[in-house]
Design a protein around this ligand. Structure first.
Ligand code: TRP
Length: 467
């Protein structure tokens, strides 16, 4: 594990010679899963599923994970291992070797921007989870009705001061780790915390089964009703596949650059994708029975888990304990993801602007924190302010909604599309075969999907939503 942790703490600006490699396939899977599993799985997946009518949306999401996300994850990890540097420099190295246009490195720069924008609102939601640790631990949820639980949540959203406090704490936690490279310790902690989160989700699913509405939730999630699916919903499902797997911004390239040769990129990518998807589906199975049992609205929006799970914690035996533990584990999941969102920007400032690690972390973190304040205000004082509302596509979208939409539904798929085109059409087939080392049939399946299916699927979804 010591090799793994030193590699992990050194994901940042080092010379190629001093770059360690992950000690094992397991260490890579751990880091990549730490990035992938986060608020996207437990907070975002259930609420967008609720908003988009359930089954048909889930089916499209699963298809996107398998046919768009997984091939792109393999491509990103492969580019990272081939390049052996930070994303920008890996792209530079590969384009140089292959005599390709150096402009391709802008691909990695778009990723840096996307990570920055995402973290600004991600940290606000991480703050919600932080505030709920106290709410749960002090027994405020015990025996409360759905209305009372709803009032606790609206109380939080209506208080810019509280939101700012917890947003600040979350950003500080992320910056602390990024600045000091505490990665090693954190990653070791994740070995325990991720399985713990998994077990706790299983307990919640177990509780959800006792509500008598489990069957309805299963039907809601897995019986597709295509009349409920809109073209906008398809875009959300595809965007979420990128968001939840941490794709389209180069983080998997960064992690891939530490993956020793000889370890299967396909198997490891598959493991990460499957774990990520299982966590999201478990979250759905834990939440929707509670929604139906209490007559709540599945399409309640971003507050969904903060209005349903607390209800369960208030009713179940040892609910305070389980609830507190749940929010603590959710914070850890969000923390490891948050770190992977800030890391590329900090690395870029170090490499390109020559700042040292502490200064670049402070600059990036504070800028991100400032932007987060706009998201906080859009939950209360600016809740009617839709900056780009004159375009029908952005009608009624607050700053928070816009940042989410712009990143998950536009920047990440665009980044992923470019990765697919770069790997599928510009890198040499020999290089790809060499890195992936797959059986000919599997290779050609991946190659064809990446060259034809993935780019066309992303492009079609884009075009449908623009016109
Ligand atoms: N995947 C994380 C989640 O589901 C969020 C995240 C972390 C992310 N790093 C990323 C999303 C990079 C896109 C790109 O919560």
């Amino acid at each position: 594990m010591s090799n793994a942790s030193s590699a992990a703490s050194g994901v940042m600006g080092q010379t190629p010679a001093s770059r360690g490699l992950w000690s094992s396939r397991f260490a890579f899977i751990l880091a990549a899963t730490g990035s992938a599993v986060g608020l996207g799985n437990i907070w975002k997946f259930p609420y967008i599923t609720g908003e988009n009518g359930g089954g048909a949306f889930v089916l499209v999401y699963l298809l996107c994970i398998a046919a768009v996300g997984l091939p792109i994850m393999m491509a990103e990890v492969m580019i990272g291992r081939r390049g052996g540097h930070s994303p920008v420099n890996s792209m530079r190295a590969i384009t140089k070797r292959g005599k390709l246009s150096p402009s391709w490195r802008w691909l990695a720069a778009v990723g840096v921007l996307a990570g920055f924008l995402i973290l600004s609102f991600y940290s606000v939601i991480g703050g919600w989870a932080l505030s709920y640790v106290g709410t749960t631990a002090t027994g405020q949820l015990t025996g409360q009705s759905a209305d009372q639980i709803g009032a606790i949540f609206s109380g939080l959203l209506g208080s810019p001061g509280k939101l700012l406090l917890w947003h600040t704490v979350f950003m500080a936690l992320v910056m602390l780790v990024v600045a000091r490279g505490l990665r090693g310790g954190l990653e070791r902690a994740v070995t325990i915390l991720m399985p713990a989160l998994f077990v706790l989700l299983l307990i919640m699913v177990g509780y959800a089964m006792t509500t008598g509405y489990f069957g309805e939730a299963v039907a809601f999630l897995f019986q597709p009703d295509f009349s409920k699916l809109t073209t906008a919903g398809v875009l959300v499902a595809m965007g979420h596949a990128f968001f939840t797997l941490s794709l389209g911004m180069g983080i998997m390239m960064a992690y891939g650059s530490y993956l020793p040769k000889g370890i299967s990129i396909a198997k490891t990518s598959m493991a990460v994708s499957v774990m990520d998807t299982v966590v999201a589906l478990l979250a759905g199975l834990a939440i929707f029975p509670i929604v139906f049992a209490n007559g709540l609205e599945p399409g309640a929006g971003p507050g969904l888990i903060f209005q349903t799970l607390p209800l369960a914690f208030g009713q179940m035996p040892m609910g305070n304990l389980f609830g507190t533990l749940f929010f603590v584990l959710l914070i850890f999941a969000a923390w490891t993801s948050g770190i992977s969102l800030l890391e590329p920007l900090v690395e870029w400032l170090e490499e390109q602007k020559g700042m040292n690690r502490t200064v670049s972390t402070l600059a990036a973190g504070i800028a991100c924190w400032l932007l987060g304040i706009a998201s906080i205000l859009s939950l209360n004082l600016w809740s009617d302010f839709a900056p780009l509302g004159m375009f029908s596509m952005f009608e009624g979208k607050t700053v928070f909604d816009l940042l989410d939409f712009l990143t998950a539904n536009i920047l990440l798929p665009l980044g992923g599309l470019l990765v697919a085109v770069f790997a599928g059409w510009f890198m040499s087939r020999e290089a790809l075969e060499d890195e992936l080392a797959l059986a000919p049939a599997s290779f050609s399946m991946w190659y064809r999907t990446l060259r034809y299916f993935t780019p066309v699927a992303v492009a079609v979804v884009f075009i449908y939503n623009l016109v």
